[in-house]
Ligand binder design. Structure first.
Ligand SMILES: [Zn+2]
Length: 285
C-alpha cells in the first residue's frame, strides 16, 4: 500500500482555491519529522522535497521509507517530491521505489532539449502514476551543486509557455520571475506582470522556487497570480543550524543527539508553521 501521493490533485485544488501547498526541503529523519509535525498541527497538505544531494546524503530508500511512514501515520496529504533532478536515471530510480512526484530541471538546456528531456520524464512518470514539474527560465543562485551566475539567469518568456506545456504535457511549471536560490543579498524585485501573463496563458499550477527571503506580501501576491506550490529550503536550514550551534556552544558537555537535536527541530518547526500560514494551506488537508 502506497500512502504518499502525487501532487496532481493537491496542486490543482490549491490553484483553484487560491492558496499554495508549501514544499519544504528535507534532508533526514529529523527534518521530515519537523515538517510533518507542523503540517499536521495546522492541518495542511505538505510536500517533502528532496534534491539529488539529499538522496546522496541520506539514501534514496531511507528518504522514501521515512516519507511513506509519515504519510501512513498522519491524516494529511503528504507527497515526496524530487526537487531539481536532472537525469531520467535518477528520477527512474525513485519512481521504482514509489515516489509519485518529480521535478525534471532541464532549464539549463536549450528550449528544444528541455522539451525533450521533460517529455521523456513525463512518459516514464505516467507509468507509475506520478506527476511531473518542469522548469522554464533559469533561477539565479545555488541549489545543490547547480550554480547559476546572475549573468546566466533568465526570466521565463511568456511566449514560450503554452508551447512548452502542450508539447510536454507536464503537470506543473516552475517559472523564473526574479526569485533565486539561497540567501538574497539585496531585496529581489519580482516581475509580477510576467507572472500574471504566464498565469493567464496556462491553467496548470505554477511553482515558485527560491521563496526563502521573499516577503510575505510578495509570496501572497504570487499565490494570487497562480502559484500553487511554494518552495522553501534555505529559510529552514538557517534556524535549524543556528539553534543547534548555539545549543552545543552553551552545553559543551552534551553528546546525546536525542537531546541536542530537539531545540533545533523546535525552532525549525516555527518557521515551517509561518510558511504554511503565508501559503494559506492551513486547514486545507
Ligand atoms: Zn528550486
Amino acid at each position: 500500500m502506497v500512502y504518499i501521493q502525487n501532487t496532481k490533485e493537491m496542486l490543482i485544488k490549491a490553484r483553484k482555491e487560491g492558496y499554495a501547498v508549501p514544499a519544504f526541503n528535507i534532508h533526514n529523519l529529523e527534518t521530515i519529522q519537523t515538517v510533518v509535525e507542523a503540517a499536521v498541527e495546522l492541518k495542511s497538505p505538505v510536500i517533502l522535497a528532496a534534491t539529488p544531494g539529499t538522496m546522496n546524503y541520506a539514501g534514496r530508500s531511507y528518504i522514501q521509507a521515512i516519507a511513506e511512514i509519515a504519510a501512513k501515520e498522519n491524516d494529511i496529504p503528504i507527497a515526496l517530491h524530487l526537487d531539481h533532478h536532472e537525469t531520467l536515471e535518477s528520477i527512474e530510480a525513485s519512481l521504482q521505489l514509489g515516489t509519485k512526484s518529480v521535478m525534471i530541471d532541464g532549464s539549463h538546456h536549450t528550449f528544444e532539449e528541455n522539451i525533450d528531456i521533460t517529455k521523456q520524464v513525463v512518459n516514464e512518470a505516467r507509468k507509475f502514476g506520478a506527476t511531473v514539474e518542469a522548469e522554464l527560465g533559469k533561477l539565479v543562485g545555488q541549489e545543490d551543486d547547480l550554480i547559476v551566475e546572475a549573468k546566466d539567469a533568465a526570466y521565463t518568456d511568456p511566449d514560450t509557455v503554452v508551447e512548452f506545456v502542450e508539447r510536454t504535457n507536464v503537470d506543473s511549471l516552475a517559472v523564473a520571475i526574479g526569485t533565486g536560490h539561497g540567501v538574497y543579498e539585496t531585496e529581489p524585485n519580482l516581475d509580477f506582470e510576467r507572472l500574471k501573463k504566464i498565469s493567464s496563458l496556462i491553467d496548470i499550477p505554477i511553482v515558485l522556487h527560491g521563496a526563502s527571503g521573499i516577503s510575505e506580501a510578495d509570496v501572497r501576491k504570487c499565490i494570487e497570480l497562480g502559484c500553487a506550490k511554494v518552495n522553501v529550503s534555505t529559510e529552514l536550514k538557517i534556524p535549524f543550524s543556528n539553534t543547534l550551534r548555539d545549543y552545543l556552544i552553551e552545553h559543551p558537555e552534551e553528546t546525546d543527539p536525542r537531546k541536542y537535536m530537539n531545540p533545533a527541530k523546535a525552532k525549525m518547526k516555527e518557521t515551517v508553521k509561518e510558511k504554511i500560514l503565508i501559503c494559506k494551506s492551513n486547514g486545507k488537508a
